[in-house]
Design a protein around this ligand. Structure first.
Ligand SMILES: C[S@@+](CC[C@H](N)C(=O)[O-])C[C@H]1O[C@@H](n2cnc3c(N)ncnc32)[C@H](O)[C@@H]1O
Ligand code: SF4
Ligand code: SF4
Length: 400
């Protein structure tokens, strides 16, 4: 989580960032992303969770979810994301939400927005939901094709309008791939038109229904172009749009260098990132899957450090912080990259590619790839510059 405007310009989400930072410095979870169910009413063709109409067999019971949210409240977790699957499909969604609200947590619901009616929006607001983060992939025909259900685009737009009328903040999220890339300007324009305050852009995660789709990722040159358009918006005095980037943390040092060249003082932001880093793995950021698995990152649902059924939240936090004590390797190592501790590289991509979470990020914008070259195994350039050293291949399917 790095809200770019707040990080470098003291933007709209600085308060939440400060609370998360304080929790981190106290050795507590800074934020928890919790996939409360795997069930979903859509069937997105890129879904890294491979969510469908079914819950996972060992899903936490209703009673276990309330015990867990109570633990979070008592531990002082400042920020919780209720995600899925489609979180609003979980039958005790409202019970979990009410409990979180009773502890004064900042709450974001990550939802496909299809279940948001006027009544639901009022209830979300009444239960302290600061933000709804909802997905948009492009204009109607493209969005509906991507999520597999006709009419979804228009329902999302209607839901956003209702949410804004009821005073709930809206973030628009999109997965960035070669398919969605042409529509990203449309999504940013739509966010502005609909008074959404944040755009979250996440590089394609190649698991679930996107497994093996590395060649569908945007290239380094395409990502740089996208980052440059974000830079222009950050520097536009008429814009207040907040941006967040997922799964490609090298965008942050890339932007910091560009901002510096524009005369912006980025030193405070970079100092903060030395503590929390652009890839949040091991930095107090906790993820919990629907079966209670404690994950360093939501994007790797099977990379777990234990299960909440067998450990307390404090023990889980300790396990996750151990990852921060390890240094990244290869091009991401401290001796190889001045941004090592600021960026860390995407630990999930390293894990997916090699089975070693501390290995180098294969998609670094700054180091590995020159303009115009791709980011994926199989690219000519990638093959010319293989990973720096042999890594044990334990990720299923990663080594063919
Ligand atoms: C797993 S969904 C859960 C919340 C809700 N169902 C939704 O779609 O917004 C959370 C976000 O992950 C994104 N996502 C799903 N699969 C992805 C992938 N393979 N790569 C990057 N982002 C992905 C979705 O686009 C969505 O914005
Ligand atoms: S991305 Fe979200 S809406 Fe789409 S299938 Fe996955 S969980 Fe459901
Ligand atoms: S080499 Fe690794 S740590 Fe350095 S900027 Fe690139 S991805 Fe980030």
């Amino acid at each position: 989580m790095a809200h770019i405007r707040s990080l470098f310009f003291d933007g709209p989400l600085s308060e939440v960032e400060n609370k998360a930072l304080k929790a981190y410095t106290m050795g507590r979870p800074s934020d928890v992303i919790w996939n409360i169910t795997n069930r979903c009413n859509l069937l997105c063709d890129h879904c890294y969770m491979a969510a469908d109409a079914h819950s996972l067999p060992d899903q936490l019971s209703d009673e276990e979810t309330i015990t867990l949210i109570t633990q979070m409240g008592e531990l002082g977790v400042p920020l919780v994301f209720l995600s899925g699957g489609e979180p609003m499909m979980r039958k005790n969604f409202w019970e979990i939400l009410e409990k979180a609200h009773s502890y004064g947590m900042h709450i974001t619901v990550s939802t496909n927005a299809t279940l948001i009616t006027r009544e639901a929006a009022k209830r979300l607001k009444a239960n302290g939901v600061d933000w709804i983060a909802t997905s948009l992939y492009g204009p109607p025909h493209f969005h509906d094709k991507m999520v597999g259900v006709p009419g979804t685009h228009d329902r999302v737009i209607a839901a956003i309008k209702i949410l804004r009328e009821e005073g709930v903040g809206v973030a628009l999220k999109s997965a960035v791939s070669r398919d969605t890339l042409p529509f990203i300007p449309h999504i940013i324009a739509k966010a502005k038109e609909l008074d959404a305050g944040l755009v979250y852009l996440c590089d394609l995660i190649t698991s679930g229904r996107s497994e093996g789709e590395e060649s569908a990722r945007a290239t380094a040159a395409e990502w740089k172009q996208l980052a440059d358009s974000i830079l222009a918006d950050l520097l536009d005095p008429a814009s207040t749009m907040e941006y967040d980037i997922g799964a490609i943390p090298s965008v942050i040092p890339y932007l910091a260098e560009k901002l510096k060249a524009e005369g912006v003082d980025v030193s405070n932001g970079l100092e903060r990132l030395k503590l929390v880093s652009a890839c949040p793995v091991g930095k107090g950021h906790m993820n919990i899957n629907s079966e209670g698995g404690i994950m360093p990152c939501q994007f790797a649902q099977d990379w777990t450090v234990g299960n909440i059924r067998d450990m307390t939240l404090t023990e889980a936090t300790t396990e996750l912080y151990k990852l921060d004590a390890q240094e990244a390797k290869g091009i991401c190592a401290p001796e190889a990259c001045e941004y090592s501790r600021i960026c860390r590289g995407c630990r999930t991509k390293a894990w997916h590619a090699t089975g070693d979470a501390m290995f180098e990020d294969p998609t670094c914008l700054l180091k590995r790839l020159a303009d115009g070259e791709g980011t994926t195994p199989g690219d000519a350039h990638y093959e010319r510059t293989p990973l720096s050293a042999a890594a044990p291949c334990v990720a299923p399917g990663a080594c063919g």
